[in-house]
Design a protein around this ligand. Structure first.
Ligand code: GCB
Length: 600
């Protein structure tokens, strides 16, 4: 699916702004043929949760309604008009002028629908019903329950099976874009480069519909100068002396696609892309033939007031902070991030591990550390969960959306699933096959492994190209005891390396909750001193392991979670506060990371 942009043949109407909003108490049915019965408004895009002073709204589990009106200028009426949601969390029913026009489930991928047939001359009323419910069939996974209040009305409850607040709403831009009737539907770009000669080929596949007699593709360099052009829906275009897309040194070409009828250009679309070669070989992660070392973060889309909503200034700031620290990468934990963020990473040369919404795939999730003690811990996850269909869908939608992004270096199929329990391999094997089949650029695939999945008990490591570990020695295990943690970290990494000498290993999570401003001369847990000691300990071990290809710590910034005795107004493992103020450890990490080369 193409990202909406303006071109000489396309325009955009942005529906950002104030929308009517109400939660659905499920007492009186909502009549979609009439205006929404409320005068309350909220801002879109953003999560709804933190925009009012009402606890009832903030904590609401169930259905909510949004509504806006818009007009389409007459001059545009003969164009194909498409309504597109960057996302709608987690399930949406969309009505235009009282008629249901589309439905989508899965809260972090875009969807669209052509609206010409439902438009009226003036004041079109767009109504959206959303559900933020999660259960054992959805991704993310939630524990779902229902009860009745004193008046006999239904009360729904979602207990998140994951460690982030269940923000929901119209969290990403909602737009209407126009195309001509005959139009470009999709573009797939597969660049490859011969590193010895620096000659590249770009396979281009254009999907278009309607009446046209020719497809043209021109490749422009970063200055906008044409490098090569060709004709046809499937081509292999050559670029001599290519400029490579390198981590922190991005170079973006543009594939300018046109469809032509009777010599006239009907539709045109420009897709940016980078040329780079990603390989996993001999225990290394290679970027353009050189070993790449991931330095960076697990993140969240999480900011004050916006919640999980699109917040462009913060996205820009976060990438600037990363570059300033010598970081080069992050993982989109634990869901696909906005398309705008992916495009920004393409420009900035930030390398992304692109994760699906598959989080919470472990029915016994909790903070009961006893389960770590047992090295053949088993649970009934794969008997109880029914997430296979949702999982396939998000893999398909994510790869379809992000396939051309230069920044995407690897897919993360899941975060911390019960890969140690019976049935895990049967569950994951077809999903990995699907991802590998769907990705035209054949990127490496992984999942991030939870602590109970040890080198001995993890049933699924054969499926991954890179071993990605989420580890909390010294925090959840042996809290405060960094000596024992150091030994455990080293022992486990060595075991993985001996067992899988050809697979690169990286940490995709490690961290310690740290309350900004809390200091301790004894380096106690939760203090800024402890956080620094913890990272120094881990870094020391990483530097001893030859196949260790990267460190992505947990987390870039403090973030909001559900309540719990482990959480003080959220997760405090950020090395920055939620307001992006640095904790003490940032100086240490900046010194460390600016000394470690990105490549070589
Ligand atoms: C994890 C999860 C992450 C949590 C983190 C923590 O393993 O992947 O979502 O926030 O641990 O801080 O407990």
């Amino acid at each position: 699916m193409l990202y909406p942009i303006t071109t000489p043949s396309r325009t955009i109407l942005d529906l950002s702004g104030l929308w009517k909003f109400m939660i659905d108490k499920e007492v009186v049915p909502i009549d979609v043929t009439k205006p929404l019965p409320t005068e309350n408004v909220l801002s879109v895009p953003a999560s709804f949760n933190d925009q009012t002073a009402s606890q009832e709204i903030r904590d609401h589990s169930g259905y909510v309604w949004y509504e806006t009106t818009f007009n389409i200028a007459k001059a545009l009426r003969n164009q194909r008009l498409v309504l597109r949601f960057g996302s709608a969390t987690h399930e949406a029913w969309v009505y235009l002028n009282g008629v249901e026009i589309t439905h989508h489930k899965g809260g972090f991928t875009p969807f669209e629908v052509q609206i010409n047939d439902y438009l009226q001359d003036a004041d079109n009323r767009l109504t959206v019903k959303l559900s933020n419910l999660l259960d054992y069939t959805t991704l993310p996974v939630g524990h779902y329950s229902e009860s009745k209040d004193d008046a006999g009305h239904i009360v729904r409850k979602v207990d998140e099976n994951f460690d982030f607040f269940n923000y929901a709403g119209l969290q990403r831009p909602v737009k209407i874009y126009s195309t001509p009737d005959a139009h470009i539907e999709d573009i797939t770009l597969v660049p490859d480069v011969d590193l010895a000669t620096q000659a590249a080929t770009v396979k281009t596949t254009v999907k278009a519909t309607g009446e046209f007699d020719e497809v043209r593709v021109a490749i422009l360099d970063q200055a906008g100068k044409e490098v090569v052009r060709g004709t046809g829906a499937n081509q292999e275009l050559q670029i001599e002396q290519v400029h490579l897309w390198q981590p922190l040194n991005a170079y973006l070409y543009v594939a300018k696609v046109e469809i032509v009828n009777d010599g006239k250009v009907i539709d045109t679309y420009s897709e940016p892309f980078g040329v780079r070669k990603i390989e996993v070989k001999h225990g290394q992660f290679l970027f353009n033939g050189e070993p790449f070392y991931f330095k960076g973060f697990g993140k969240h889309e999480d900011t004050y007031v916006h919640g999980r909503g699109y917040n462009e200034p913060v996205n820009v700031l976060d990438l600037n902070i990363m570059k300033d620290m010598g970081a080069n990468s992050f993982r989109t934990s634990h869901y696909p991030y906005s398309e705008e963020m992916m495009r920004l990473c393409d420009r900035e040369g930030i390398v992304v591990i692109d994760e699906t919404t598959a989080v919470g795939l472990m029915v016994t999730f909790g903070f009961d550390v006893n389960m770590f003690a047992d090295d053949d811990y088993e649970d009934s996850t794969w008997k109880e969960l029914k997430t296979q269909a949702a999982h396939r869908q998000v893999i398909r939608e994510l790869i379809d959306r992000d396939k051309n992004h230069a920044c995407v270096a690897m897919w993360s199929i899941a975060n911390e699933a019960a890969t140690f329990s019976k049935g895990a391999h049967e569950y994951f094997e077809p999903l990995f096959e699907e991802a590998r089949k769907l990705d035209p650029q054949k990127r490496p695939c992984t999942y991030t492994s939870i602590m109970m999945a040890t080198p001995k008990t993890d049933n699924c490591i054969d499926l991954v190209d890179v071993i990605a570990l989420n580890r909390y020695y010294g925090w959840y295990i042996g809290n405060g005891d960094l000596k024992t943690a150091e030994k455990a970290t080293r022992d486990e990494l060595k075991t993985y390396q001996d067992k899988y000498p050809d697979k690169p290993i990286m940490y995709t999570e490690y961290g310690a909750d740290t309350v900004a401003g809390l200091h301790s001369k004894y380096g106690e847990p939760f203090s800024e001193e402890f956080q620094e000691d913890y990272y120094r300990m881990a870094s020391k071990v990483f530097d001893e392991i030859p196949n260790f290809v990267g460190e992505q710590l947990w987390n870039f910034a403090d973030f909001q979670t559900k309540f719990g005795i482990q959480r003080v107004q959220g997760n405090k493992k950020g090395i920055f506060t939620r307001a992006r103020e640095p904790k003490m450890v940032v100086r240490y990490l900046k010194r460390r990371w600016t000394k470690i080369p990105d490549l070589g």
